[in-house]
Design a protein around this ligand. Structure first.
Ligand code: ZN
Length: 158
């Protein structure tokens, strides 16, 4: 991985700042990553190295949707769906999730809406059927697979 020192420092400061300022939710998730800054930093870098589809799938794999019945004001029951954000099997809030998974509000919203509509299957991107400009060569594919394997081993994803 080749990152400019400045970028790495910037990310480090961003994580530090997040921990100091807090995520603002009741679970205080920022405390959960305190002392694990390096791990979070590596996670962020790994996210950036990932292919878009892999990143999508990995993010979807860390989101869990559950629905429970709740009573409406009129006394009727309705299904309320809740989304749980996780990191290393720990529940975290959306804000913390966005930091650790290096994802913006907009992209996350797209992934969540895809997840709710289609379930945990890959999103089809705009260039389906067309040959992407950067068609993967066999060597590249091998690299990608290796990255995913290493990543899975490191973070214990089945
Ligand atoms: Zn939080």
């Amino acid at each position: 991985m080749l990152y400019e020192a400045s970028q790495e420092d910037e990310d480090r400061v961003r994580i530090r700042l997040f921990i100091v300022q807090g995520c603002g939710c009741q679970q205080n998730c920022s405390k959960k990553i305190e002392g694990k800054e390096e791990r979070v930093l590596i996670h962020i870098f790994n996210m950036r190295e990932m292919d878009k589809t892999d990143k999508d799938m990995y993010i979807m794999g860390s989101l869990f949707e559950s629905s429970e019945k709740e009573n409406t004001k009129r006394g009727k029951k309705r299904l309320k769906s809740t989304l749980t954000y996780t990191y290393l099997d720990t529940k975290i809030c959306k804000k913390t999730f966005m930091l650790i998974y290096d994802i913006g509000k907009h992209s996350l919203r797209n992934i969540v809406s895809h997840l709710k509509t289609h379930g945990k299957i890959p999103r089809i991107h705009g260039n389906l059927g067309r040959r992407p400009k950067h068609s993967l060569k066999f060597e590249d594919i091998k690299d990608v697979i290796q990255i995913v394997v290493n990543f899975s081993e490191q973070y214990g994803i089945p």
